[in-house]
Write a protein that binds this ligand. Structure first.
Ligand code: G6Q
Length: 544
C-alpha cells in the first residue's frame, strides 16, 4: 500500500503539533518531570546499549514517531529489502547487502537464484588467498614474502576498507603494512608507496565497475611503479596485483588474471560493500576468522532490525530520533563523536553512508520531498574534539545533536586512561543536556559582566551508545546499525537511498575540462565566464 503524502500522515501532523509543546521544553524540565527517563528511555540489543533519554522527546513523541514509521510503510519496506525486491528503484535493482552477511545455509533469492552460496564461495576464496599471503605461502615475483598491501579504490571501494582497517588494527597482523590510495592527486600514491619495496608489495585494485577514473589512473600508476621494480617484466603483475570487481572482462583487459579476481554483484552498493570482497584488505589484515566474526556482528544487527518491534528496534529508534531533530527541531547536522581512537575514520565513513544515501531532494515518485532530508554528518574522535569544535555545540547558536560512542573496555588498557576517556563522554552528554544556568554561574562568584559568557544553555540532545569492546563483531553491529538507520529515514521521506546521481555531473564536466586544459591550442570558450577565466589562468600558470 502506498503511504499517504508525508505531511498528510496523521502522525506527522500530530508531531508537528508536539514540536512546540515538547521541542520547546528544556531537558532539565523533562528530567525533572520524569526522573525515571534516564533508565526507561534506553534500549539494549545486539550488544549495543543506547541511552536516548537526553533526546528532546517524551513518551508521547516516541509513540507518534513509531506511528509515523508504521504509517510510512516501514514494515513492508524492510521486508522488501530483505527479500531482494528492487528497492533501488532508479537503478532498478535490489540492495542486498544483508545477503553478504547471511550465514551459510540461509537462502536469499535474486531473480529466482539463491545468492547465499555464491557469497560464501567468494568468502572461501578470499579466506584461502588471505591465508596464503599471511602465512607466506604466496610469494612475490622474486620469491620474497608480501610485506605491504596497498588498497587502490575510491568512495565505497576505499572508505569502508580504510575505516575497518583502522578500527580493527588491534586485531591486525602487525608484520604487514597497509596503505590506501584513493585520490587522483598523485601525492596520495607517492606518499603511500615512497618507502615500499615493489618485490614485497601487493596491490588490491578495488572497483565495482573497473572504470572509475581515479582508481584506474592510480592502478596504472601502480602497475608502472611495480614493474619498474622488476625491470619491466609484466609477468610480475600476476604475483603483485589482485582485483575486486563485478566486471571480469575489464579486470582481464587491465592485465590482471581473473584467477586473481574476487567478485561481487550489482546488488551491492559501493557504500554498502565493505563486507563483500571489497573488504579483502580488511581480511588480509585481521584474518578470515576475525572477518567472519565481523560478518556475524552485521548479521546480528540485521536480524534485530528485521524482527524487533519498532519501539524496541535500535536502528528504527535512532532513525526516528534523528528525523525528529532534523525535521521538527530544525537541526541540520549530526555530530559523530566516537570515544575510541581506533574509530578515527568512522565519521568519514558515515559521511558517505548517510549523505550519499539520503542527500536527495526528490522522492521515488520524482516529486520534491516534503521535508528536509539527509542531515550533514561530521565528527572527530573524543576527546580531541572537546578542545576544538565542541565550543560551538555547547554555546553556539545552532542545534547540533550528537551521537557519543563509547566502549566499556579499552583494547589498550593503560593506567587510568580509559576511565578518564569514559568520564569525558559522560560529562559531555551531561553538560550538553543540562548546561549551567546564570544563577549557578553567579553563585560561583563570577563577575556580572562575565556571567553571560559562562552560561551553558544546555538542551543539546545526544544519544550515547555504549558497547563492550571494539571487536570485529562490535564493528559489524555498529555499521549495520547506521546502515539500517539510513534506510529507515529514507523510507519515511520516500526517497531512494541506494542511488547517487548527484555525483555524475561533476564527473562529465571534469572529463571535458581535462581535455581543454591539456589541449595545445587555446580551447574555444565552452563554459561560463568564471570557469573559462580559471581555465585560462591555469593554462597560463602551467606554461611558466
Ligand atoms: C558508493 C558510490 C561510490 C563508488 C565509487 C567507486 O556507493 O557508488 O562511492 O563506490 O565511485 O566506484 P567503483 O567501485 O566502481 O570504482
Amino acid at each position: 500500500m502506498t503511504p499517504r503524502p508525508l505531511r498528510e500522515r496523521p502522525a506527522w501532523k500530530a508531531l508537528s503539533a508536539q514540536r512546540d509543546a515538547v521541542g520547546g521544553r528544556h531537558l532539565r524540565q523533562l528530567f525533572a518531570d520524569d526522573p525515571g527517563r534516564g533508565e526507561r528511555l534506553t534500549l539494549e540489543a545486539a550488544g549495543i546499549y543506547l541511552d536516548y533519554s537526553k533526546q528532546r522527546v517524551t513518551d508521547e513523541t516516541l509513540r507518534l514517531l513509531v506511528s509515523l514509521a508504521h504509517e510510512s510503510g516501514l514494515r513492508e519496506r524492510i521486508d522488501a529489502m530483505f527479500r531482494g525486491d528492487r528497492v533501488n528503484v532508479t537503478e532498478d535493482r535490489p540492495a542486498l547487502h544483508v545477503a553478504l552477511r547471511a550465514p551459510r545455509g540461509a537462502s536469499i533469492l535474486v531473480g529466482g537464484q539463491d545468492v547465499v552460496p555464491e557469497v560464501h564461495a567468494v568468502l572461501d576464496r578470499m579466506a584461502a588467498f588471505c591465508d596464503r599471503v599471511r602465512s607466506g605461502a604466496w610469494l612475490g615475483h622474486t620469491g620474497k614474502r608480501i610485506r605491504n598491501v596497498v588498497n587502490v579504490g575510491i568512495g565505497g571501494s576505499d572508505l569502508g576498507p580504510v575505516m575497518a582497517y583502522e578500527a580493527l588494527r588491534h586485531h591486525a597482523d602487525r608484520s604487514l603494512t597497509f596503505r590506501f590510495v584513493s585520490n587522483v592527486d598523485g601525492t596520495d600514491f607517492a606518499e603511500a608507496t615512497w618507502d615500499l619495496d615493489p618485490a614485497e608489495t601487493l596491490f588490491v585494485v578495488c572497483s565495482k565497475t573497473f572504470t572509475t577514473q581515479e582508481t584506474m589512473t592510480n592502478a596504472h600508476t601502480a602497475r608502472d611503479w611495480s614493474l619498474a621494480g622488476f625491470s619491466g617484466d609484466a609477468r610480475a603483475v600476476a604475483r603483485h596485483f589482485v582485483a575486486v570487481s563485478t566486471s571480469a572482462p575489464r579486470v582481464a583487459a587491465f592485465g590482471i588474471d581473473t584467477a586473481n579476481m574476487f567478485g561481487f554483484w550489482d546488488w551491492v552498493g559501493g557504500r554498502y560493500s565493505m563486507e563483500s570482497a571489497i573488504g579483502l584488505s580488511t581480511m588480509l589484515a585481521v584474518g578470515p576468522e576475525n572477518f567472519r566474526a565481523m560478518l556475524g556482528g552485521f548479521h546480528e544487527m540485521d536480524e534485530h532490525f528485521r524482527t524487533a518491534p519498532f519501539e524496541r528496534n535500535l536502528p528504527v529508534l535512532k532513525a526516528l530520533l534523528s528525523l525528529w531533530n532534523n525535521d521538527f527541531l530544525g537541526a541540520e547536522t549530526v555530530a559523530i563523536l566516537p570515544y575510541d581512537q581506533y574509530l578515527k575514520r568512522f565519521p568519514a565513513y558515515l559521511q558517505q553512508l548517510t549523505m550519499e544515501s539520503n542527500g536527495k531532494r526528490v522522492g521515488l515518485d520524482g516529486r520534491p520531498v516534503e521535508a528536509s532530508t539527509g542531515p550533514i554528518y561530521w565528527g572527530e574522535p573524543g576527546t580531541n574534539g572537546q578542545h576544538s569544535f565542541y565550543q560551538l555545540i555547547h554555546q553556539g547558536t545552532r542545534l547540533v545533536p550528537a551521537d557519543l560512542i563509547a566502549f566499556a573496555h579499552s583494547q589498550n588498557p593503560v593506567g587510568r586512561h580509559h576511565d578518564m576517556l569514559v568520564a569525558n563522554v559522560l560529562a559531555q552528554a551531561e553538560a550538553l543536556a543540562f548546561g549551567k544556568t546564570a544563577e549557578e554561574v553567579a553563585a560561583e562568584g563570577t563577575p556580572g559582566w562575565l556571567v553571560p559568557h559562562r552560561v551553558f544553555e544546555g538542551n543539546r540532545p545526544t544519544s550515547t551508545l555504549l558497547l563492550d569492546r571494539l571487536t570485529p563483531a562490535a564493528l559489524g553491529r555498529l555499521v549495520a546499525l547506521y546502515e539500517h538507520d539510513v534506510y529507515t529515514q529514507s523510507v519515511i521521506w520516500g526517497i531512494d537511498p541506494f542511488d547517487q546521481w548527484g555525483v555524475e555531473l561533476g564527473k562529465v564536466l571534469a572529463q571535458r575540462i581535462l581535455s581543454e586544459i591539456e589541449s595545445p591550442a587555446e580551447p574555444a570558450p565552452a563554459h561560463d565566464g568564471s570557469t573559462q577565466a580559471l581555465i585560462r589562468r591555469y593554462r597560463s600558470m602551467r606554461r611558466k
